[in-house]
Write a protein that binds this ligand. Structure first.
Ligand code: SF4
Ligand code: SF4
Length: 79
C-alpha cells in the first residue's frame, strides 16, 4: 500500500527530501507518489506542512487514481 498526495500540496518539496526511495513525481500543479515505488514508510506523512499526504486507506479514490496515473507520466520530483 502506498501513500497518496492530494491537491492540498503546495510543492514545498519537503517530502522529496525525506523519501528514501524517490517516489515523488512532479505533476505540475502538485506532487504525486508512485505506488509502485513507495515502500509505505510513512515518513513523508509527518513531514508535510499541508497534511496533503495520507495513507491509501484514508485517501479519496480520486486521488489514489490520480497519483498512480500522473506518476507514470510525469518526471521524478527534485528537491
Ligand atoms: S511513505 Fe515513505 S516511501 Fe512512500 S512516498 Fe512517503 S517517504 Fe516515500
Ligand atoms: S511536503 Fe506536502 S506540500 Fe510539500 S511538496 Fe510534499 S506533499 Fe506537497
Amino acid at each position: 500500500m502506498a501513500s497518496v498526495i492530494n491537491d492540498s500540496c503546495v510543492k514545498c518539496m519537503s517530502c522529496v527530501s525525506v523519501c528514501p526511495v524517490g517516489a515523488m513525481h512532479d505533476a505540475d500543479t502538485q506532487l504525486v507518489i508512485d505506488p509502485d515505488t513507495c515502500i509505505d514508510c510513512g515518513v513523508c506523512i509527518a513531514e508535510c506542512p499541508q497534511s496533503a499526504i495520507t495513507t491509501e486507506d484514508e485517501a479519496d479514490e480520486k486521488w489514489v487514481k490520480f497519483n498512480a496515473e500522473k506518476a507514470s507520466e510525469c518526471p521524478a520530483a527534485e528537491a
